[in-house]
Write a protein that binds this ligand. Structure first.
Ligand SMILES: Cc1cc2nc3c(=O)[nH]c(=O)nc-3n(C[C@H](O)[C@H](O)[C@H](O)COP(=O)(O)O)c2cc1C
Length: 183
């Protein structure tokens, strides 16, 4: 398995050392800082500068809105909405879908690049993140209660906060094992 390469390059170190954080301290990251991190993340490559994204941020009391949307879909006796209320801030990243497959593919790739930018920028400021996908993100009542329109795809929920526990790294397969080289 591939161990993280030792390097003095800050970008490479951030990419290798970022971890998915699932346990957060209670204190929320200031909203202004999250917006500034997003303003860095939007420098992701995106074809024709379509910027095919928008964001919903739930923090403090605002998390209730997200919990209510989950309840609307799943009923009040579900395990997800109480969990959401324990996460300091949650952001939904939404793709504005183009009906043309080639453009949809490009735009989904661009949004994924934006999310990774955000995770790395946050990590560089000691903020932990967790990119979460759940079946209810596709569910009509959940989407309707948050104003997600037809033609929009929720690419993920990003949980964020100051890490309480940083998990150890899961090793990666060396790229060489998946490389077909022509030289
Ligand atoms: C699109 C996407 C969805 C994910 N959804 C989940 C999820 O629902 N639950 C989960 O435990 N981890 C989820 N993850 C996080 C991965 O499990 C995590 O990145 C992986 O275990 C590697 O850990 P690391 O990020 O610390 O390197 C998701 C990651 C991506 C990119």
């Amino acid at each position: 398995m591939s161990k993280a390469t030792k390097t003095t390059n800050e970008v490479r170190n951030a990419i290798q050392n970022r971890r998915t954080v699932k346990k957060f301290k209670k204190e929320a990251v200031p909203t202004q800082q999250i917006i500034e991190l997003l303003d860095t993340a939007v420098w992701a490559p995106n074809h024709k500068l379509r910027e095919p994204w928008r964001f919903l941020l739930f923090t403090g009391n605002g998390r209730k809105k997200l919990a209510e949307a989950i309840d609307a879909e799943m009923g009040e006796d579900n395990k997800f909405s109480p969990n959401i209320m324990q996460v300091p801030s949650v952001m939904l990243v939404v793709l504005e879908e183009d009906p043309r497959q080639n453009i949809w593919d490009e735009d989904f790739a661009a949004v994924s690049a934006l999310v990774q930018n955000f995770l790395l920028a946050a990590w560089s400021e000691d903020i932990g993140t967790f990119w979460v996908t759940k079946p209810f993100l596709y569910a009509p009542k959940f989407r309707k209660s948050l104003g997600i329109e037809a033609g929009e795809k929720i690419v993920g929920m990003i949980y964020m906060g100051y890490p309480d526990v940083i998990p150890s790294a899961k090793e990666r397969t060396p790229a060489k094992e998946k490389l077909t080289l022509f030289e």
